[in-house]
Design a protein around this ligand. Structure first.
Ligand code: IMP
Ligand code: MG
Length: 177
């Protein structure tokens, strides 16, 4: 995968071990709930599909696509809905699955949109939490890993739309940015 990856930050084994733990916690929390698990495309697609397999309650899967980055490595602050959910979430228990929360602008917008649809509950599960540049005060209910303020890629996360298929989370080689 050329030399875009500076170093491995979270290995495949570490990812799967943590996802197993998250799945067990979420399974306990969503007994007797109407779980709608929302995949925020495209970054959380690998995490979402691995996590869903570790959650042992009936669920509906749905997908939403937003854009906050315009292809670089820092947030522009602009968030656009590109593809909305198919399901009506009113009265249901929504679990938003994100790849990473950085400034928090994307998640803040998603929460505003979905809260206005009167779900019974909304929680957030993010694989990665990068709190250093947080611009919105947010509660993330389930966090995989808290990381430093570095640009990461792989396991769904892209750099200029590539490298999502890297099976681990890596830190970008600084020569690339
Ligand atoms: P936020 O709106 O600043 O919280 O950014 C959220 C979105 O930015 C994530 O869903 C990612 O798509 C992207 N993002 C933030 N940090 C990184 C990173 O280190 N690598 C790749 N994408 C990132
Ligand atoms: Mg994303």
């Amino acid at each position: 995968m050329d030399n875009v990856i500076g170093r491995v930050l979270i290995s495949e084994e570490q990812l799967q071990a943590r996802i197993r733990e998250l799945g067990e916690i979420i399974t306990k929390d969503y007994q007797d709930k109407e779980l709608v698990m929302v995949c925020i495309l495209r970054g959380s697609v690998l995490f979402f599909s691995d996590l869903a397999r570790r959650i042992d309650v009936p669920m509906i899967m749905d997908f939403m696509s937003l854009s906050s980055y315009e292809g670089g490595t820092s947030s522009t602050g602009r968030v656009r809905i590109i593809q909305d959910l198919n399901e009506n979430v009113e009265g249901r228990d929504v679990l938003i699955v994100e790849d990473i929360v950085d400034s928090g602008l994307t998640l803040h917008n998603i929460l505003n949109v979905l809260n206005s649809r009167n779900p019974n509950s909304i929680k957030v599960c993010s694989l990665l939490d990068k709190p250093h540049e947080r611009k919105k005060d947010l509660n993330i209910d389930y966090v995989g890993f808290t990381i430093e303020n570095e640009f990461v890629l792989g396991y769904g996360l892209d750099y200029k739309q590539k490298y999502r298929n890297v099976p681990f989370v890596g830190v970008i080689n600084p020569d690339y940015i």
